[in-house]
Design a binder for this molecule. Sequence first.
Ligand code: SF4
Length: 314
Amino acid sequence: MKTTNFERAVFFSWHCNIRDCTYCYMSTQPKTSKTGKIARRSTESILAEVLITKKLGWDFGFFSGGVGAFSHTEFKELLEKVCIVWGEKIWINIGALSKEQIIDYKPFIKGVVGSIETVNEKIHDKVCPSKPAAPYYKMFEEAKKLGLKRAITIILGLGETIEDFEKLKDIIKKYGVTKIHFYGLNPQKGTIYENSKPPSAKYQAEWIKKTREEFSKIDIQMGIWEDRVDRVALLLEAGANSISKFPALKAFGKKSAIEIEKQAKKANRKFIGTLTKLPNIDWNVEVDKLDIDKELKEKVKAKLNQYLKNMKKS
Ligand code: SF4
């Protein structure tokens, strides 16, 4: 029986130096938080989430956040800790990296994700005015030379049409992309897409189906939000491997999470991991096993308790 699973993207900040991509929540945020500090998560909160991701059998989609939230050195230290908790190398999605940056992060990463967002160049110029695609393609070339994998994210519903698929096909071939995330527009308050409709299930399925037909081995993630869980079976049947974007911590055990597991069954897939049942494990023991300092361990335990309490509630 074929399988499927949930893939968690772990985010490290609400801050982004670019802040002008027209669909993005971060574009509506102030440059600094009310306290004047850069809005980023604490290390313990990130590590607690990574441990939950691991113990619930989810995949680690990628580590991501806004551009400029951490310095290069700070990020490298954080990355190392994340890898200790996860137990293996991860994907990162943190903007277009230089060759030097990739070399520095290489001990901790298996690949780089380029948030291309749309392959329609005219639309790209409009929706990502300060985030051109060319530096991402350059990053892919460097990553390839260094033996790292390449992945891309696409947001459907920005104004492109299925006619743009040929362009996507060329990019996948040219840069040896082995993983693709197909998200659908999630209209954000305060952006120009506020009153737009998200792409239909049929349209998202069409992109996935065409990609699967062209690339039999590519790893395809469907990004679905809580209001779109009823399309999971359709997207799996179209050729998606796994499910991402769903707010799995907040919605753990809720109707929408139960529905995802049901939809997997409907598509004849075995669901690996769980979105509905907390495993019976001693979380403190799991934290104690980690090779991180004692003070941080205690902070991670406290954060874990908070997360687990909320998850148990639902
Ligand atoms: S670079 Fe990324 S995080 Fe920053 S505004 Fe654009 S989409 Fe949002």
